[in-house]
Design a protein around this ligand. Structure first.
Ligand code: K1U
Ligand code: ZN
Length: 161
């Protein structure tokens, strides 16, 4: 049975904090596995393409990125959900692009945000393995949006007017 968690909304303090790194002792744990499963179920039920742990009231550096084709990004790649623990963006491309964003924590608001076109990210898996990967386009946008959540930043603070 999937656990669906409540989602914090704009104005709540949890969304303004810098989230804490997941500790070595938490890798490979039942707790971290259950957190990721509950985040993924919550993202799916809300029809999101990403989610960050602070959005479900857990101030830890865990995100999920799950690009899929949608009305605004019809060419977006379908990807299996990727759980990223302690993600770090190592490189932002100089090339940027404008694109529409929404947020599960800011209902009924969407807007244009300028983001790097490509990012290189290093993260740990739930088991603690280190992965480095490069994302482009919509998946890169989701990574940047979710890492912002870990640093207490909402997309509405980055809107291009
Ligand atoms: O982190 C979140 O609040 C989830 C958010 C992720 C996101 C969407 C769009 C651009 C960057 C990051 C959402 O999934 S909002 C809902 C959504 O499915 C969506 C919104 C706009 C475009 C495409 C999808
Ligand atoms: Zn969001």
């Amino acid at each position: 049975m999937s656990v669906i968690l409540p989602v914090a909304k704009q104005g709540e303090d949890i969304l303004k904090l810098k989230a804490a790194p997941v500790a070595e002792s938490e890798f490979n744990s039942e707790w971290l596995q259950q957190l990721a499963a509950a985040m993924q179920a919550t993202m799916s039920v809300r029809e999101g393409v990403g989610i960050a742990a602070p959005q479900v009231y857990i101030s830890k550096r865990v995100i999920i990125v799950a690009s899929r084709s949608n009305v605004r990004y019809p060419d977006a790649p379908e990807m299996d959900a990727v759980v990223m623990v302690n993600p770090e963006i190592l490189e932002f491309s100089q090339e940027t692009c404008l694109g529409e964003e929404g947020c599960l924590s800011v209902p009924n608001e969407r807007g244009q945000v300028e983001r790097a076109q490509t990012v290189k990210v290093r993260y740990r898996t739930l088991q603690g393995d280190v992965v480095e990967a490069t994302y482009e386009g919509f998946p890169a946008r989701i990574v940047q949006h979710e890492v912002d959540h870990l640093d207490g930043v909402l997309f509405v603070e980055r809107l291009t007017l």
